[in-house]
Design a protein around this ligand. Structure first.
Ligand code: FAD
Length: 623
């Protein structure tokens, strides 16, 4: 039969992790299969139609820097773009885009269908082919066997998925899609640590039944930020407003009265939900003193009337959902198009993974996305890209690669998951990164694209654009370093009003830029200005590296110190219970996590600097 059944990399699941994984492997030139339940749902946003936000857009930019799909798809689908924290420093600045979910899916699908080396196949994966303890392929629901050198599982919330609305529950992977039951059972037979998590989504509303005139409009930025380094504003579709309404005392009374039929509060749901994205019933209980919560009314797209009421995720019974929605200002006649629900699903303890996202218990098997205990499209996409890349590297017989914590949020994400595990859905925040000033969203390409190019992830087009930008930054920095402003000249007069004290000796443009209150645009044109002004991505890099030079150098020193610990490997057979002086708690945590390096050990919660010193002493004694 002339039908391809042998691949280098097989990716199971076409969500955010799976699509990035499949694209990454195929970009690297290996023969890749993306096997998913339904081709129509490739790149589907299960919940909120938005990409980015604080911490998350950092991941999106890193995916982009490694030539992934998410940022470009967002530029093609974003119907409202905003820069968050725009008045704060560049380290915590973030980009968020409300997306048209139909355009988003279409953009992802177009990339998948046009990717060389990538085959798509629609069917459920029911089992793994295991040979000599290694994953060597998959078996579909109709018994088709696809053989692969590596397999990447990205099955999201589908493994053993159980959907709850009030006291009713039924099997499902998300509303409208079947759960993955057969595969879940097979995986439970393997020696992985599996547990249950929970997430939820709000009911959707028909915009024609909503009175926007009594709500506060929330427009996007006038000058829309761009998500991809290769993107531009011309890609952005029509931009529209979101709106804000609020819950009130009556809403809260309705919720409290329905609590006896809440699956969360009556003990039906066992899985732990996302701390930072709680359901509305959770908020009423946890913040009992608050008499109102903000609800963002977000359009789901340009060609649909459906709205996403962000902030009222719920699994209360439908009659309670309807009443609580209608109790809010502007929603008095709201028509619900889809009920809200919660879903419980299986996830794997990420401490059973290597840094490449290959499982420790089975060679050739990689896990990425929500099945590793994370939540969010961005976290899933970033892991997918990494797992797809490492699966391809393994298929090529090459060494795995994962960025370190000081190189990428992706490194922070993987290191956090592997060293600490997670008992609740993990989402990214800038506060999780200790080297925030270096891991900015504006420099993800400078941090990662070259490495991506080395492993074969980067297209010619992106590589050329990156090299051009890097050279332009260098040239512009040199120009500003060697262009001098002399006191009592027209150029000096032009800049003096911006300075606390007028210049009294020669200053280079770069030194002027260091002075407080002076921006790149104030000085760049004063001397030897290029005929065409440099691109804003270039001027931004010049400005940030000058303004924050002191902090950046200090952080680079910290990184150097940490790297020394990073290079101190902890033997795999180390028996932590036998190390004198460590508390029982620390012994137990180290024994469980088995960190690869001293630095990884130091990041485990409860492992104190004193414990790290004891470990170091112990290692020296062993040597
Ligand atoms: P998914 O996007 O779930 O994709 C999994 C893919 O695998 C699907 O295409 C599926 O069809 C396919 N698949 C599964 N099993 C098989 C199989 N056996 N064979 C073939 N294909 C298979 N995130 C937030 O950040 N905030 C939220 O508030 C939030 N709420 C959510 C609410 C709900 C109800 C759900 C379902 C998700 C929510 N999420 C939320 C999570 C967000 O949707 C996920 O983090 C993200 O989609 C995970 O991406 P993924 O690729 O890991 O999995």
């Amino acid at each position: 039969m002339d039908f391809p059944t042998r691949f280098d990399v097989i990716v199971v699941g076409g969500g955010h992790a799976g699509t990035e994984a499949a694209l990454a492997a195929a970009r690297m030139g290996v023969k890749t299969l993306l096997l998913t339940h339904n081709i129509e749902t490739l790149g589907q946003m299960s919940c909120n139609p938005a990409i980015g936000g604080i911490g998350k857009s950092h991941l999106v930019k890193e995916i982009d820097a490694l030539d992934g799909a998410m940022a470009l798809a967002t530029d093609k689908a974003g119907i409202q773009f905003r820069t968050l924290n725009s008045r704060k420093g560049p380290a915590v600045r973030a980009t968020r885009a409300q997306a048209d979910r139909i355009l988003y899916k279409a953009a992802v699908r177009e990339m998948l269908e046009n990717q060389e080396n990538l085959w798509l196949f629609q069917q459920s994966c029911e089992d793994l082919i295991v040979e000599d303890g290694a994953a060597r392929g998959v078996i579909t629901q109709s018994g088709i066997q696809f053989r692969g050198k590596t397999v990447v599982l990205t099955t999201g919330t589908f493994l053993g998925g159980l959907i709850h609305v009030g006291m009713q529950n039924y099997s499902g992977g998300r509303a409208g899609d079947p759960a993955s039951i057969g595969l879940a059972q097979k995986l439970r037979e393997l020696p992985f640590r599996i547990d249950r998590l929970k997430t939820g989504t709000p009911p959707r509303i028909d915009a024609r039944s909503v009175d926007f005139s009594v709500m506060q409009a929330q427009p996007g930025d006038d000058i829309t930020p761009v998500m991809s380094y290769l993107g531009h504003r011309g890609l952005h579709p029509q931009q529209i407003n979101c709106f804000i309404t609020h819950t009130n005392e009556r809403t809260h009374d309705i919720i409290r009265a329905g609590m006896d039929r809440s699956p969360m509060y009556s003990g039906v749901i066992e899985g732990i939900g996302p701390r930072y994205c709680p359901s509305i019933e959770d908020k009423i209980v946890r913040f009992a003193d608050k008499d109102s919560h903000q609800v963002f009314i977000e359009p789901e797209g340009l060609t649909t009337h459906e709205l996403y009421p962000n902030g009222v995720s719920t699994s209360l019974p439908f009659d309670v959902q309807l009443e609580l929605i209608r109790s809010m200002k502007g929603m008095e006649n709201a028509h619900i198009t889809r009920p809200g629900y919660a879903i419980e699903y299986d996830y794997f303890n990420p401490q059973d993974l290597k840094y490449s996202l290959e499982t420790k218990h089975m060679e050739g098997l990689f896990f990425a996305g929500q099945i590793n205990g994370t939540t969010g499209y961005e976290e899933a996409g970033a892991q997918g890209l990494l797992a797809g890349m490492n699966a391809a590297l393994q298929a090529q017989g090459k060494e795995a690669w994962t960025p370190r914590r000081d190189e990428a949020y992706l490194g922070v994400l993987v290191d956090d998951l592997i060293t600490m595990g997670t008992k609740e859905p993990y989402r990214m925040f800038t506060s999780r990164a200790e080297y925030r000033l270096i891991l900015r969203e504006d420099n993800a390409d400078m941090r990662l694209t070259e490495k991506g190019h080395e492993v074969g992830l980067i297209s010619e087009e992106r590589w050329a654009a990156f090299c051009k930008k890097r050279e332009a930054i260098e040239l512009e920095t040199q120009r500003m370093k060697s262009s001098w402003i002399v006191p009592n000249t027209p150029e000096a007069e032009a800049i003096n009003p911006k300075l606390e004290t007028p210049i009294s000796h020669e200053y280079s443009l770069l030194d002027l830029l260091k002075r407080p209150g002076v921006e790149y645009a104030d000085v760049a044109h004063l001397k030897n200005a290029p005929e065409t002004p440099v691109d804003e991505q270039v001027s931004e890099q010049v400005q940030i590296s000058v303004k924050y030079a002191g902090y950046i150098t200090r952080q680079a020193d910290d990184i150097e110190r940490m790297r020394r610990q990073e290079n101190t490997a902890l033997p795999e057979d180390l028996d932590y219970t036998k190390i004198d002086g460590l508390s029982n708690e620390v012994k137990q945590k180290l024994q469980e996590a088995r960190p690869a390096t001293l630095a990884a050990a130091s990041r485990i919660q409860g492992v104190t600097p004193a414990a790290v010193s004891l470990l170091l002493v112990h290692l020296k004694k062993r040597a």
